[in-house]
Design a binder for this molecule. Structure first.
Ligand code: ABU
Length: 392
């Protein structure tokens, strides 16, 4: 038989008793909301990025030329360099504000993936860590992901996760259950529904993923201290919300499913409903919250402020970008008084200044092609603060 010898102790294995005198915000991993003063952040990278492939959970199309086949394989070096330059600019700005910036490790996104349940010709990129990784207080959670090309997207962050986990025994690390991503997990006809059917279906929140397996992207989650919002979307199903509830509520969180019924292709909450400080949420005028779901905010005197129309219309977005014009509101909070807004979004910059923020700007249009802007392209590992109850 096998004998189970005790393994030599690694740094992360030490059963160090939790010292109640140690303030929580001195932990290696500590982030409870979207706005506390930022101390450590991962900024994405476009290295080795590929075009997202066509698959049951995604039908990429060239903007304004949907009949032309979408490119496959690696992105051009020029597209990678342009995005990397802007990502480096964001990293420099954050460093100038005293933030420690880390970057993902190398990964070959041109490699195909084959599992017992599916095959896909290539992977995508590490531009948007927000989609995959989330810090819930002192715990790192790796999302299940919803698309085949993103199945292994946690890998560029694993070295960092091990580092955090090894450096502090109080750091938690959970990988959510991987769904099969087999054909049966998807409702492929979703992509061909005519507009009337979408209207009919818009209140049942059924999208391209069925409800049998746990599916969520981390970017459908928004953190407000004890209260966690999760958007039901094309990338997060009800089983995903349920898993988050069962995982987080015993740990003292309250999980609320939220819905934006006028968004026919919802994916990721951070271009729709964006908290920027206690008491203030930026809202998307095209995507109101489902009636009734605003009650917890209004009851607690939170302000919901519509952002102005983006500078670029949907038809003017970069041709390979699969996201909406509302990438404009994908802002990044450095603290409750400091916010980063894309350089060309002057109307939003003016609004944020009027709301008493110090506004920082960086150019980020070349990152849009990869499906995200400033919030998407980052993952906050440490913000100074603790878990507050903003909705008592
Ligand atoms: N990845 C964020 C995209 C959200 C949107 O297109 O509105």
């Amino acid at each position: 038989g096998t004998s189970l010898e005790p393994l030599p102790l690694q740094m992360g294995d030490r059963a160090m008793p939790h010292d109640p005198a140690t303030p929580q915000d001195s932990l290696a991993v500590n982030s409870w909301n979207e706005w506390d003063p930022l101390e450590e952040m991962i900024v994405g990278s476009a290295d080795n990025a590929s075009f997202e492939p066509t698959e049951p959970g995604s039908r990429p199309a060239i903007r304004n030329r949907p009949e032309t086949p979408f490119p496959t394989g690696p992105k051009s070096q020029e597209a990678v360099d342009l995005a990397n330059e802007e990502l480096a600019g964001l990293a420099d700005l954050l460093r100038s504000q005293g933030v420690t910036v880390r970057r993902p490790g190398p990964h070959d996104f041109s490699a195909p993936v084959r599992t017992p349940d599916f095959e896909v010709e290539n992977q995508y990129c590490a531009v948007c860590p927000r989609d995959v990784m989330i810090t819930m207080g002192n715990e790192i959670i790796e999302a299940t992901m919803s698309r085949r090309a993103r199945y292994f997207e946690y890998q560029p962050y694993r070295k960092l996760v091990y580092e955090y986990w090894n450096s502090d025994p109080r750091v938690g690390w959970t990988t959510a259950p991987k769904p099969s991503m087999a054909d049966g997990m998807y409702r492929e006809e979703f992509w061909d529904w005519p507009l009337e059917k979408r209207h009919e279906r818009m209140h049942s929140f059924e999208f391209c993923v069925h409800q049998d397996e746990v599916v969520f992207d981390a970017a459908d989650i928004s953190r407000l201290g004890r209260d966690i919002l999760v958007q039901e979307s094309m990338t997060t199903n009800r089983a995903g919300v349920h898993w988050l509830k069962r995982h987080l509520e015993p740990r003292g969180f309250r999980v609320h499913a939220v819905h934006f019924p006028l968004d026919f292709f919802p994916s990721h909450i951070d271009c729709t409903f964006v908290p920027v400080r206690p008491g203030l949420i930026l809202t998307n005028p095209d995507r109101p919250l489902r009636e009734g779901e605003e009650a917890m905010f209004l009851r607690n005197d939170w302000e919901l402020v519509d952002v102005p129309e983006p500078v670029l219309g949907n038809h003017e977005m970069p041709q390979y970008c699969q996201s909406s014009k509302w990438l404009s509101m994908n802002v990044l909070s450095i603290s409750p008084t400091k916010v980063v807004v894309e350089e060309q979004e002057k109307p939003l910059q003016d609004l944020m200044a009027k709301l008493d923020f110090e506004v920082f700007t960086v150019p980020f249009r070349n990152v849009f092609e990869y499906g995200g802007s400033l919030h998407c392209a980052t993952w906050d590992v440490r913000r100074r603060g603790t878990r507050e109850d903003y909705f008592p």
